[in-house]
Write a protein that binds this ligand. Structure first.
Ligand SMILES: C[S@@+](CC[C@H](N)C(=O)[O-])C[C@H]1O[C@@H](n2cnc3c(N)ncnc32)[C@H](O)[C@@H]1O
Ligand SMILES: [Zn+2]
Length: 285
């Protein structure tokens, strides 16, 4: 898969173009990145693994398989078809985790699907299975993509780096950002009760920041409650950073038969001023 997107990539060290050798990508200055057996490239070889570990992504994969986020995929699909109606658009999923959205949106539509994440565990999981999308490990503050190559940039429950997003997006390209709202996984939150550091999600900072950095073309809440099996409830409790630091094994999940998903979708164009006034590092939320 990575071969099909080499012309869209740039060297994270010098910005130069890559050529592909048998098992690696090499720039003119000989900076070299190996292509892993599973087909992904690691552009952050020295990166330590973070809080987001393999087990968490495996639980996320089970929750996605159970269809808990299928309505969100449906909504994103409509939005992508509307905002990127052209032939074979380029979709970039920033902080893609185990790759669900990059693979699932716009089923059957011809598009160049790319996902990246800082966690190598996540990217390794994403690269499994049918090769419908290309994946690499990278930091969203230094995306190894050439300027103005992306039509739709997805940012799902991941910090945003709007200046960098603006650089890689085409001039008419859009950011689609999803962030949790106060009702998100309400049933799990209620169960964890006083053990939670923050009693409720306050999404006002994320909203203010999105409007500061983008011309928001569209904003909507995606809210629904659905029945879940006991197994899915277990995976949900283990997939979310929301319950980090809580002894999930000690929670009695037997009464959790419904789960509420409550998110905001922001669709916007990065403001020109965002790209000229920002320095790296202060722009992630
Ligand atoms: C809550 S998870 C969401 C994953 C995926 N978008 C999903 O919805 O399943 C947040 C993701 O952001 C990634 N992440 C955090 N900081 C990052 C950075 N600086 N660059 C790239 N990815 C990052 C994490 O590794 C993690 O996979
Ligand atoms: Zn280079």
């Amino acid at each position: 898969m990575i071969e099909s997107i080499v012309s869209l990539l740039r060297c994270p060290l010098c910005g130069g173009a890559f050529s592909k050798t048998e098992n690696s990508l090499v720039c003119a200055r000989r900076h070299t990145y190996d292509i892993a057996r599973q087909g992904y490239v690691n552009f952050v070889p020295g990166q330590k693994e973070m809080f987001y570990r393999k087990e968490l992504f495996e639980h996320r994969a089970k929750v996605f398989e159970a269809g808990v986020f299928a309505p969100v995929v449906g909504r994103l699909t409509e939005a992508i078809d509307r905002y990127a109606p052209g032939e074979s658009p380029v979709l970039l999923d920033a902080g893609c985790g185990e790759g669900y959205y990059a693979k699932a949106v716009c089923p059957g539509r011809r598009m160049t699907r790319i996902g990246f994440d800082l966690s190598r565990d996540a990217v390794r999981l994403a690269a499994r299975g049918p090769k419908t999308a290309a994946f690499f490990a990278a930091d969203l503050k230094h995306i190894p993509m050439r300027d103005h190559t992306v039509d739709v940039l997805l940012d799902v429950f991941t910090p945003a780096s709007y200046a960098e997003f603006g650089r890689v997006l085409k001039t008419d390209g859009v950011v689609m950002k999803l962030a949790p709202r106060s009702g998100y996984l309400r049933q799990l939150r209620e169960l964890a009760g006083t053990q939670l550091r923050h009693a409720a999600y306050d999404d006002s900072d994320v909203e203010r920041y999105a409007h500061e950095k983008m011309d928001v073309l569209h904003q909507e809440a995606i809210t629904y409650t659905l029945d879940v099996s006991p197994e899915t409830a277990q995976h949900l409790a283990r997939m979310t950073p929301m319950l980090a630091g809580i002894d999930v094994d000690a929670l009695d999940l037997s009464g959790v038969s419904k789960i509420t998903i409550d998110e905001t979708l922001y669709i916007g164009r990065v403001k020109a001023q965002t790209m000229t006034t920002e320095t790296h590092g202060e722009d992630t939320r």
